[in-house]
Design a protein around this ligand. Structure first.
Ligand code: UDP
Length: 330
């Protein structure tokens, strides 16, 4: 199948990838999901074909590119567990860096010259300033962050050498779920704050612990910038359109600019669900900076990006609805 509006979406069966595929389809594109299903879900691929394959399989990538002739690539496929990256850096460099190199080579060989890349605020490490600007020095503190920064560097070099243009989107904390309830966050194992709280409340995960209450923040718990996955999906669509319109390579933060502490998230969950959250106070998690919030002005200026559904009540309500639908499905 070749369609004029094909976009290759690596990792399209994953959390942010599947929401972006839905948004692409709503906007008239055909998302072609390329995913090895190691973490992604076949049932999350609903808006275009699924091609099962691994990024490191150059022959398979080349065949898929030749079959669909995508106009651009949106590249999500990556490992993203910080702790695992510390224990097994080879896995992260092999997949996140090696897999991306294979992808860029396949793009070059097939004349595909536009890519939107999933980068991360983890490339800033323990930031020297908050809110974080795109010019804040990038000094990752774990192999996951190093692997993403290495790809940003690789993208800059491919632009210089081959005119392969990119937008690297440095996400802050992705959360929430599709407001229609079709897809949501389904990591295995789950490590993220909001689903961990919800799972503990329904007995579908371990008890919930706050990782440290002695940080230099107003209530002692870490502050993060939580952005609804649907807003992230919209950010990818805008970045794609920007490249299609001839935009030059850019690196952009995607966040709300507003931070919530872990305790404030617990409070929001109690308010939205009307239920009490039981928790312990645990030790700090290695590598957690006290505060990560985005300066969002550049994404607004370059893409016209603004969050629409990232208020914390909507985020938690959508995550809660999705969590219950997963319980009912299983
Ligand atoms: N967190 C927590 N308990 C958990 C999971 C996360 O206290 O069970 C905290 C974590 O220390 C961080 C925040 O919640 O300050 C967000 O963590 P998450 O893993 O969701 O995202 P990250 O910021 O690591 O990308």
């Amino acid at each position: 199948m070749t369609t004029e509006n094909s976009i290759l979406v690596t990792g399209g069966a994953g959390y942010i990838g599947s929401h972006t595929c839905k948004r692409l389809a709503e906007s008239g594109y055909t998302p072609i999901t390329f995913d090895n299903l190691s973490y992604g879900h076949r049932h999350a691929v609903k808006w275009g074909p699924l091609e099962v394959g691994d990024l490191t399989d150059a022959g398979r990538l080349d065949a898929v590119m030749k079959q669909y002739k995508p106009q651009a690539v949106i590249h999500f496929a990556a490992y993203s567990l910080v702790g695992e990256s510390v224990r097994d850096p080879g896995k992260y460099y092999g997949n996140n860096v090696g897999g991306t190199l294979s992808l860029l080579n396949a793009m070059n060989a097939n004349g595909v010259d536009k890519i939107v890349f999933s980068s991360t605020c983890a490339t800033y490490g323990i930031p020297s300033e908050v809110p974080i600007r795109e010019t804040t020095p990038q000094r990752p503190v774990n192999p996951y962050g190093h692997s993403k920064l290495a790809v940003e560097q690789m993208l800059a070099d491919f632009d210089t050498a081959h005119d392969l243009r990119h937008v690297a989107l440095r996400y802050f904390n992705a959360c929430g779920a599709d407001r229609d309830g079709e897809i949501g966050e389904e990591h295995e194992p789950e490590t993220h704050l909001i689903p961990r709280i919800l799972q503990s409340m329904t007995g579908h995960g371990p008890g919930f612990a706050i990782f440290g209450e002695d940080y230099p923040t107003p209530d002692g718990t870490c502050i993060r910038d939580y952005i609804h996955v649907e807003d992230l999906a919209q950010g990818h669509l805008l970045a794609l359109r920007y490249l299609m319109a001839g935009g030059q390579s850019e690196q952009l933060n995607l966040g709300t600019g507003h931070g919530y502490s872990v305790r404030q998230i617990v409070d929001a969950v109690e308010t939205v669900t009307g239920q009490k959250v039981d928790y312990d106070i645990g030790p700090r998690r290695a590598g957690d900076p006290p505060e990560l919030t985005a300066d969002t002005s550049k994404a607004k200026q370059v893409l016209g990006f603004e969050t629409r559904v990232s208020d914390i009540e909507t985020i938690v309500a959508n995550a809660w609805t999705f969590h219950q639908s997963v319980i009912n499905r299983n």
